[in-house]
Design a protein around this ligand. Structure first.
Ligand code: TA6
Length: 285
């Protein structure tokens, strides 16, 4: 990318939190909080908001934002002894770089281990999140480096809350024939449906998904592609669980479907000095 105008990006205040605002020349925008390196907004050029963000979301130290794209590392959910979904979504990251090219804009945020993370997880790491907007496309890449002297193992995910007008009318395709764990009951199934329709609580981990997915609703659609994230989590809490969460309005569960790029079933082992990265790309039709 050629840097042509670094004034296009500036730190803004977003619900009392410092955030990076990205804008391309053709009008695509994204907002990334330093807290959690959390993407809270993405509007492709000429199109409205594509991510769901709860108006009741909590912000600041220790809070995890409800909506956008939470970064999950080094533990997914409660599959281990760490706080739910790991250590990095509730911490403040550093802005490493923000720049604009002739037709794109990107920000790189970084976080390393410190006393608090080592007290919970005794490993030395450096992680970076690169967020890039370009026309109708958003690329989010997570890179993890082992900066310590011994191996560690981790899971990771980009827990994207995709905005829909009415979740019951949305159709997710690309998962037909894939094996999945139904997290609600713990059983393993093979998906026999042509498209996934959400009409009740859904919490599934699909394994070894190789082709891009498509979330369609009416005339609009979003292509969801991933590199080096073999698993896909599909989640909607539905009415009762959403009400119990406390940071969603009554009918908010109808406004999103989480389609998460993930590495869960086979955690990554990193040797000292080694690096891993995974990417999710969202492309609006
Ligand atoms: O990714 C799905 C999931 O693990 C669900 O089980 C669900 O509870 C959700 O994430 C949200 O977790 P959170 O800790 O953000 O409330």
């Amino acid at each position: 990318m050629t840097v042509t105008d670094t004034n296009e990006e500036r730190l803004i205040d977003f619900h009392g939190q410092p955030a990076v605002a990205l804008r391309t020349r053709d009008g695509a925008t994204a907002v990334v909080l330093l807290h959690g390196a959390h993407v809270v907004s993405w509007c492709p050029a000429g199109v409205g908001e594509k991510l769901f963000l709860s108006e009741r979301s909590r912000y600041g130290d220790g809070a995890s934002v409800r909506g956008g794209i939470p970064v999950i590392f080094p533990q997914f959910g409660q599959r281990g002894p760490l706080p739910r979904h790991g250590l990095v979504r509730t911490r403040r990251w550093r802005l490493q770089r923000a720049e604009a090219g002739s037709d794109d804009a990107l920000a790189v945020l970084a976080l390393s281990d410190d006393e608090l993370t080592r007290a919970l997880w005794p490993h030395c790491f450096a992680i970076e999140l690169t967020v890039c907007v370009h026309g109708n496309r958003l690329d989010v890449e997570l890179a993890v480096t082992n900066t310590g002297a011994s191996d560690f193992e981790f899971a990771a995910a980009l827990h994207s809350y995709l905005r829909v007008n009415e979740v019951e009318t949305a159709r997710l395709s690309g998962l037909h024939g894939r094996r999945f764990e139904d997290t609600l009951g713990g059983e393993i199934h093979v998906d026999t449906d042509e498209t996934l329709r959400v009409e009740r609580e859904v919490d599934r981990i699909y394994f070894d998904v190789t082709a891009p997915l498509r979330l369609a609703e009416g005339r609009s659609a979003l292509q969801i592609a991933a590199e080096r994230f073999p698993d896909v989590v599909v989640w909607n809490p539905w009415q009762d669980k959403a009400a119990a969460l406390g940071d969603l309005a009554l009918t908010d569960f109808r406004r999103f479907l989480c389609v998460e790029a993930a590495q869960i079933a086979r955690p990554i082992t990193l040797t000292p000095g080694a690096e891993w990265s995974g990417r999710q790309s969202l492309i609006a039709d």
